[in-house]
Design a binder for this molecule. Sequence first.
Ligand code: SF4
Length: 185
Amino acid sequence: MTDIQTEFAPLLASLPSTVCSIHESVWISPCDLPFSAEVRSMCEVNRCGKYGTSWSCPPGCGEWETLRDEFCACKSAFVFTTCHILEDSFDIEGMQTAAEDHQKLDNAIAEALSRTDLRYIHLGMGTCILCKTCTYPDAPCRHPDKMRRPPEACGIDVCAMSKAIGIRYMNGPDTVTYFSILLFK
Ligand code: SF4
């Protein structure tokens, strides 16, 4: 175990029981994260409606090549998923609730990390929701050290990553799986 892993493990164990559990997780080298210009360009299609609305999404989150180099300079990456049961594959409400549950876990981990000296970049589920209204593009980000960018917005190919590191991208019919990544500096 590295020093970061040793410090982080008890934090995970101390998370409140009200948040959902981590389904799978693995420590990897940040330089092993697979980046792709194609993944990043999919944001421009704007299927999620968040393109150009936040410092956490393109184009405000920065060029993917710059982010790749910034992330690769980190010491270690903790990739984790949550898995949620849906009523069926059309259960949009269930997917939304699952996304919120994953974000609550992201919040709880960030809160636990705030009690340490560990420095990290948090790539989370969906666009950053730390502020009620994002300052983009009129003023700088209010919390540049805490803001959460979606991995895909940074150009990370999450599907390819999951295969490479042995974490399931999908966990069977009528389930949804969400990913987050903590990059420790
Ligand atoms: S921390 Fe606030 S200002 Fe910064 S990206 Fe998130 S929502 Fe926007």
